[in-house]
Design a binder for this molecule. Structure first.
Ligand SMILES: Cc1cc2nc3c(=O)[nH]c(=O)nc-3n(C[C@H](O)[C@H](O)[C@H](O)COP(=O)(O)O)c2cc1C
Length: 343
């Protein structure tokens, strides 16, 4: 099957390797998705502009269609006293790995303007935007690069706002998705609406192409969201163990650890809701963590890095969607081709 939108993207199969910041997403994964007839996204989040540019160069050399995902600055400012209290709470966890937490809030914008400069200098076919809609001027700058613009949304209201802002397509994300929940207001309650229902509702409300993401792990899941009105499906978690993913060893192992007891939406690691495998950290701090992004992300980053290096899965953000038990080993192209079997 091939909708007009899919043809616009220049791909044959309506299946997308979703952006995954923090190491799991790699240029090799993006190229593998394209070789399977689909589309992959580089994740610009947390990367330096130089690293982003290098990844664009690598994928560009493969001469395949691809996208770049950006975290749009939409901070959740934190009361410095609340951050200090959280830092005190975590001090013993950090101490286990010889890390000292810095409780002074870091409220950066992930070098947003520098990344726009990279995309101006190195235009890419598709740009996707997560956490909020850019300002009118920034959206115009992104459009001027010639890219097709995709906005991540989690509700009908966000979908309508994105359509009004003039984006070309929507990535509809259900809360079953691994990693950060793309809601514009992270402190709003996370709804458990099934992805098929969310897609059908947004399909009805907004006349834009839809990419559906969140919890898809079987060919039946993928076919169901397309039947519900999605033009394409996007997967992240099922690719975490693929050959081309850059997932850390501790994260890779946790995804198939039979002792893991499911996933949870937590703000414990970054101050913004994200779905992760349950571990000691989410169990202890899920209810206690303040909202505050990116300050909480920066507060805990060193601890999480040290824990990952030490092979300690209990203090690492093990991002995973509800379909994590089907994350398979092997080439990403084979995983994606298998998922497209019922389309
Ligand atoms: C490890 C990991 C990192 C992610 N990083 C990003 C990101 O940088 N930008 C983004 O928009 N979404 C990110 N996501 C969400 C995915 O793009 C996508 O919405 C999600 O993986 C789909 O649900 P699934 O994981 O159940 O397949 C990430 C997901 C995971 C698992």
């Amino acid at each position: 099957m091939s909708s007009a939108f899919i043809r616009t993207l220049g791909v044959d199969v309506p299946l997308i390797a979703a952006p995954m910041a923090g190491g799991a997403g790699t240029p090799a994964l993006v190229v593998a998705a394209a070789r399977a007839g689909g589309l992959g996204f580089l994740a610009a989040g947390y990367k330096t502009p130089q690293a982003l540019e290098a990844e664009i160069t690598t994928v560009g050399a493969a001469e395949v269609p691809f996208g770049v995902n950006l975290f749009v600055p939409n901070p959740v400012p934190i009361d410095p006293a609340a951050l200090r209290r959280y830092a005190d709470l975590l001090a013993a966890e950090a101490g286990r790995h010889g890390v000292t937490l810095d409780p002074v809030p870091v409220e950066d914008d992930d070098r947003w303007q520098d990344k726009l400069d990279v995309l101006r200098a190195r235009p890419v076919p598709v740009i996707s935007l997560t956490f909020g809609i850019p300002s009118r001027a920034d959206l115009a700058a992104l459009r001027a690069t010639g890219a097709l613009l995709v906005q991540t949304v989690t509700s009908i209201e966000e979908a309508k706002a994105a359509a009004a802002a003039g984006v070309d397509a929507l990535a509809v994300q259900a809360a079953a998705a691994g990693g950060h929940y793309g809601a514009f207001d992270p402190s709003a309650p996370v709804t458990g609406t099934a992805l098929t229902d969310l897609v059908a509702a947004i399909r009805h409300a907004v006349d834009l192409p839809l990419i559906a993401a969140g919890g898809l792990s079987t060919p039946q899941d993928v076919a169901a969201v397309v039947s519900a009105g999605a033009d394409a499906a996007a997967v992240g978690t099922v690719l975490l163990r693929s050959d081309e993913a850059g997932t850390s060893a501790v994260h890779r192992a946790a995804v198939t650890d039979p002792d893991r007891t499911g996933t949870v939406v937590t703000r414990a690691f970054t101050g913004r809701p994200a779905r992760a495998l349950r571990n000691e950290f989410t169990d202890r701090y899920g209810e206690l963590a303040p909202y505050g992004y990116p300050a909480v992300h920066h507060l805990t980053a060193g601890l999480r890095r040290a824990a990952a290096a030490a092979g300690d899965p209990e203090r690492v953000h093990l991002w995973a969607g509800t379909g994590y038990r089907r994350a398979a080993d092997g080439p990403a192209a084979a995983i994606l081709t298998g998922l497209a079997a019922r389309l």
